[in-house]
Design a protein around this ligand. Sequence first.
Ligand SMILES: Cc1ncc(COP(=O)(O)O)c(C=O)c1O
Length: 281
Amino acid sequence: MNEVYLNGEFLAADKAQVSVFDRGFLLGDGVYEVIPVYAGVCFQLAGHLTRLQVSLDGVRMANPYTISQWQDIIEQLVERNGGGDQSVYLQVTRGVAPRDHVFPTNTTPTAFVMSNALHPVPEKYKTQGIAAITLQDIRWQNCNIKAITLLPNSLLKQQAQDAGAQEALLIRDGYLTEGAASNAYAVIDGTIYTAPKDEKVLPGITREVVIELAEKNNIPLVEQAVTEQQLQQADELWVSSSTKEVLPITILNGNKVGAGVPGVVWQQMDTLYQDYKKSGG
Ligand SMILES: Cc1ncc(COP(=O)(O)O)c(C=O)c1O
């Protein structure tokens, strides 16, 4: 049984309890992060903790800990749970208070961290690619905040699964924003396109790594959203996230993407990403 961290203590996962009056439970009033751990070391921890602060600021919630306190808690939990490859999930909610839409005063935030084994991405996702479908982006106007209120994302992802696909690519006002649980990329004539950082997408930490690697290796990349039509005709499509890394989409809405196999630009990026991971990021 893994241990978790809750409000100042490490305890067995089945002993951790939160009040039913927690605003996370009643109102979805909280933010979160997911951090991959390789060989016992957190990958891009600084980026995740910086984004946590941005999310907290975005919902006007105080950060219960400093960056170094978070680091200490996370590293301790990873060690207590045996090191190796893990996926750390942390969540901060506005805390326990009588139910009211208006923020409570003087409430202590609830801070929760868990970690689980990080399973490698299935090999066939890399050799054959994954399938995706396009769906309308039904989410709110602050997708840059990593909020725990994931009902739209969950509905979209379930729709993708019901259609035999692994991800939903989301369309807002005729443009590709991102995936239901990932950032998205289109490769057109050798240039990588990904939506710019604004309130329509989550500023993915993996996306930052992809941009950095493209820049360092002279692979053309522009932070520009593609239209739904460009998406249908792209040579390659990819998605990225902390736990799934960078994956090629080879089937979109039942049709082949490019030649229907993982593309050459993706292969180059995946090699760069794996090397970057091994170097400790
Ligand atoms: C909606 C959405 N966009 C993008 C991402 C990718 O972000 P990151 O690379 O930081 O995991 C995620 C991750 O879960 C996500 O849920």
